[in-house]
Structure formats: C-alpha cells, structure tokens
Design a protein around this ligand. Structure first.
Ligand SMILES: [Zn+2]
Ligand SMILES: [Zn+2]
Length: 108
C-alpha cells in the first residue's frame, strides 16, 4: 500500500517526494532484483542491457495508488525508458523524425 501522504504528494504533482521516499527506494531495489538488473524491454527483443530505471507501466501521476504494485513496475535501461515516455520529447520529436525518415525508407 502506498502511504496516504505520498499519494497526496503525487496528486499535487510533487513526484520528487515519492521518489525520495524510503518505501520507493526499497521497492525499486526489489524490482531490479526481481528482473535480474536487466532491461525487460531489451530482453523481450533478445538483447541485454543493464537496467537503470524502474518504470511505472501505468503512469505514476495517473495511478498513484499503483505506485508500489509489483505488476505495475518494470526495470528498464535509460534508452528504453525514454522510448516508453514519448511525451517527454514531444517538443523535439517532429524535427527528429523528419531528419531520420529518409534513412528508414531507403533501407531494404
Ligand atoms: Zn532497454
Ligand atoms: Zn517511466
């Protein structure tokens, strides 16, 4: 269960308070261990990367009550984590895609 004060902190947008909490630090370690410190997204593609981030499958801000639920947590490498959070790059994305598109099209 997520402590009430942390749910409230997340709801008002203070996610830092959550990430600094002891319960999260413990949970994070537990999940990394469960996933053998491997990025689960790379693993599903047959690659190996060291996991650096424990990601909330259902976003923390939208589902604060799932913040510490094992099934909602997944170890990821930094690259994959950026890919599962495209909203972080919204501003830059259109430019980046335009520049990269021709390369993808010419590949056979
Ligand atoms: Zn990865
Ligand atoms: Zn995430």
């Amino acid at each position: 269960m997520v402590p009430k004060e942390l749910i409230q902190a997340i709801e008002v947008g203070d996610v830092r308070k959550f990430y600094k909490s002891t319960v999260w630090k413990h949970k994070r370690k537990e999940i990394l261990k469960r996933d053998n410190f491997e990025c689960q997204r790379c693993k599903s593609k047959g690659r190996f990367s060291k996991a650096e981030i424990v990601h909330h499958i259902k976003h923390l801000r939208d589902f604060p009550e799932l913040a510490l639920v094992n099934d909602n947590l997944k170890s990821l490498c930094a690259t994959c984590h950026n890919e599962v959070h495209p909203e972080k790059f919204e501003k830059f994305r259109s430019n980046w895609e335009e520049r990269n598109e021709p390369i993808t099209k010419e590949r056979w």
